[in-house]
Write a protein that binds this ligand. Structure first.
Ligand code: UDX
Length: 455
């Protein structure tokens, strides 16, 4: 099939490469010519495992192409995916400017029947707006070309996006038109071979499904984070509780990990947007307010443990803290809403030196940290290091912020020798407290039994 994808961000590029890989001809359009130049030169603007190879192979075979030319992009396609960004507005609602401008650009050009697919995460009712924008443009030029708008939300996890696309749990297609549904089935058949993964529903339910999924996952995380803080006060261990409840099939083991709070481009934005939608419709989802509040507070928990250990905020002045991991989760360089930003901001403000290391997110982190804390403070207090070992050298204590694989099994004896203050703050409960303690290092996890300072 001939597919056009508008928006070569994370979702657009991964979807485009995967559709191309199963034999479709995919034309990716972006209004940012710098991005298209990069892609045409074989460079991938984002870090996603396996994506560079997938794009290169399919580009060499002529199955994935890149352009800034809307005329070419619209003429090419039987199916057009809209995968542009929907940044949050000031009030938390999703900003549909880019989506509607893409819709208008399509309406100005179509000359044969097509299916337009909303792939970006968009509030319920957006497909109607997209349909109206296309119709308006058609009317302006007295055209009567038929088209259908369907909703096909993505459920890709950063760092595992290709695997998620190639072997999805489910493919949600919201379509009120049988022919468009047939085309979508055909398009996704290669990814749904052994079991039918496609769940067909009406457009509005598909739009809501995406928000519901992310809000549910955010709920689990905030619940576990709040419970972890209680477990600490009670002398219980959240890791034991996690296993105890996760083995109940009604609960399931995933997304029950207490940590430093969720970050990234989806959860924070989607929880806000769904809350706004619910308020706008007079059906406020009160749970979401609490979930957000808990998450914000959780981003400061490790800082509180650090100050607790050293004897107050003032005691941090002149200390040096090593920080392992900056990205909001492993296997990505994405720093959006990363808890590390909050922690580093607080440490710097307290006059504590930070030596941070991340396998891939350092340059993006530098940009954001400079923006948030200013050059002077960063110059004085922040060092971005080339290795995990470099970060701990000369440090008083270590904070584990992102659970990258390379941080999983450090040599604790060696760490004990490097860390003058002999303390580890484990923001992801990655380490066995007994092992750390055996090396003579104080261990502070999130909701772990007997190893946290009493509150
Ligand atoms: C998420 C959804 O999983 C995906 O389906 C959707 O399409 C986009 O949003 P992503 O943002 O890439 O994907 O990350 P995910 O792996 O879901 O993690 C989100 C955040 O939750 C991370 O900050 C992670 O550290 C945190 N998290 C996750 C926890 O704190 N505890 C957990 O148990 C799981």
């Amino acid at each position: 099939m001939k597919i056009t994808i508008i928006g070569t961000g994370y979702v657009g590029l991964v979807s485009g490469a995967c559709f191309a890989d199963v034999g479709n001809t995919v034309l990716c359009l972006d209004v940012d010519s710098r991005k298209i130049d990069m892609l045409n030169a074989g460079e991938i603007p984002i870090h996603e495992p396996g994506l560079d190879k997938l794009v290169a192979t399919n580009a060499a075979a002529g199955r994935i192409l890149f352009t800034t030319d809307y005329d070419r992009a619209v003429a090419h396609a039987d199916v057009i995916f809209i995968a542009v960004g929907t940044p949050p507005d000031e009030d938390g609602s999703a900003d549909l400017r880019h989506i509607l401008s893409a819709a208008r650009s399509i309406g100005q050009r179509i000359t044969r029947p097509i299916v337009v697919v909303d792939k970006s995460t968009v509030p319920v009712g957006t497909a109607d707006q997209v349909r109206a924008a296309i119709s308006e443009e058609l009317q302006k030029r007295n055209a009567t070309t038929s088209f259908t708008v369907v909703s096909n939300p993505e459920f890709l996890k950063e760092g595992a996006a290709i695997e998620d696309f190639m072997r999805p749990d489910r493919i949600v297609v919201g379509s009120d038109d049988p022919e468009a549904t047939r085309i979508m089935r055909q398009l996704y058949a290669p990814f749904s071979r052994n079991h039918d993964k496609l769940i067909h529903m009406d457009v509005r339910s598909a739009e809501l499904t995406k928000y519901a999924a992310n809000a549910m996952l955010a709920t689990r995380i905030s619940f576990m984070n709040e419970l972890a803080n209680l477990a600490e006060a009670l002398g219980a261990d959240i890791e034991a509780v996690r296993m105890g409840i996760g083995s109940d099939p009604r609960i399931g083991p995933h997304f029950l990990y207490a940590g430093m709070g969720y970050g990234g481009s989806c959860f924070p934005k989607d929880v806000k947007a769904l809350l706004k939608t619910s308020v706008d419709h007079g059906r406020t989802l009160h749970l979401l307010t609490a979930i957000e509040k808990v998450n914000e507070a959780q981003k400061s928990v490790l800082f509180d443990k650090i100050t607790g250990h050293f004897g107050g905020v003032d005691a941090l002045r002149g200390k040096t803290l090593a920080l392992w991991g900056l990205s909001f989760k492993p296997n990505t360089d994405d720093m959006r809403e990363a808890p590390s930003l909050v922690l580093i901001g607080k440490l710097i403000a307290a006059g504590c030196k930070v030596r941070a290391y991340d396998p891939v997110a350092t340059s993006e982190a530098r940009r954001l940290l400079l923006q948030e804390n200013g050059e002077e403070a960063c110059g004085r207090y922040l060092t971005l290091c080339d290795s995990a070992a470099d970060a701990v050298s000369g440090a008083d204590a270590l904070a584990l912020v992102t659970e990258w694989k390379e941080f999983r099994a450090p040599d604790f004896e060696q760490l004990a020798a490097s860390l003058a203050g002999k303390a580890i703050f484990d923001g992801r409960n990655l380490y066995d407290p007994a092992l750390v303690a055996a090396a003579g290092i104080a261990y502070h996890g999130i909701g772990r039994r007997g190893h946290n300072d009493a509150k």
